[in-house]
Design a protein around this ligand. Sequence first.
Ligand SMILES: *Cc1c(COP(=O)(O)O)cnc(C)c1O
Length: 362
Amino acid sequence: MSRIYNFSAGPAILPLEVLEQAQAELVDFCNSGMSIMEMSHRGKEYDAIHSEAVANLKELMQLNDNFDILLLQGGASLQFAMIPMNFLGADLAADYVNSGVWGSSAIKQARIIGKVNVVADTEKDVPTRLPDAAELHLNDNAAYLHITTNETISGAQWKHLPQNITASDVPLVADMSSDILSRPIDANCFSLIYAGAQKNLGPSGVTVVALRKDFAERESKNLPSMLRYSTHADTNSLYNTPPCYSIYILTLVTRWLKNFGLEKMFHQNVAKAAMLYNQIDSSGFYRGTAVKEYRSDMNVTFRLPTEELETDFIADAAKLGLKGIKGHRSVGGIRASIYNAFPVKGVETLVAFMAEFERRHG
Ligand SMILES: *Cc1c(COP(=O)(O)O)cnc(C)c1O
């Protein structure tokens, strides 16, 4: 068996231990004589998996009983629509931060439903960054404030949320698809957190939503059942058939993370990112694309002096098993996504390759 170093932004690398356990349990799950993919979502085996996923997420996100954890489908993209459908009434406006491609995608969907105030816009800024407190023109009477904590494509992340965001009484809604559970957070300042699982939590097909109960009460009552949060909250996300296998892997990933420790994972993530940023900063050859203060610990984005060199860099890296480092097609350059499951050894290998490539071409 030869596993590559997979720097893909998503779907992304999973812990090898998790894949091996899934392999061992694939055809006969816990002496049930069947695979998880073949069994009822209302049976006792699946019920244990589902409950553990919810419990692990609650514990890792340090959520109190004011929150429900929902396991939904449709990706973060469906949340872009469901959030305004549920919480943006006809007479209200919502505040949105446009910090990049994902913030902008959320805004586009919300505008189909209702009124949006863009309270800060750094989408087109070069080098890339997120807005600071002074730039945010927040409205006290907004239905909610929507932010993206880590812009996966540009590689910009809020290390600490601006003070006026955390202090605001307006319900805070956050797309954390690409940095959820990469570090401890104070979840209690949020009203809704959502994340497609395929970056840092598991495979695609399941979307994690943490929803505060008092905010949930404001939902629109004029929506089909599947599009209402209460439908899923009232049924423990078992209103219809859930993506059982994706949730099973999510359970194994959250179990793995609990065993490792979230605080320890955070320190490892910071250390992994620092190795790459130090290599970038110590050279005149590589150029980071994000403002230092906003550099993402999850998606490390940088450029080489020319696009030709970038093409060679990607090809030579692939020969060493360093794959998935091509930047998003909309921005080009290099992007190394180094989520929780990405091994330290893989980062060290990339750093050594960067030094060697610079010696040859710098
Ligand atoms: C990947 C990503 C999305 C889109 O997720 P889907 O699950 O494919 O809909 C949205 N927001 C962020 C921050 C992402 O990284």
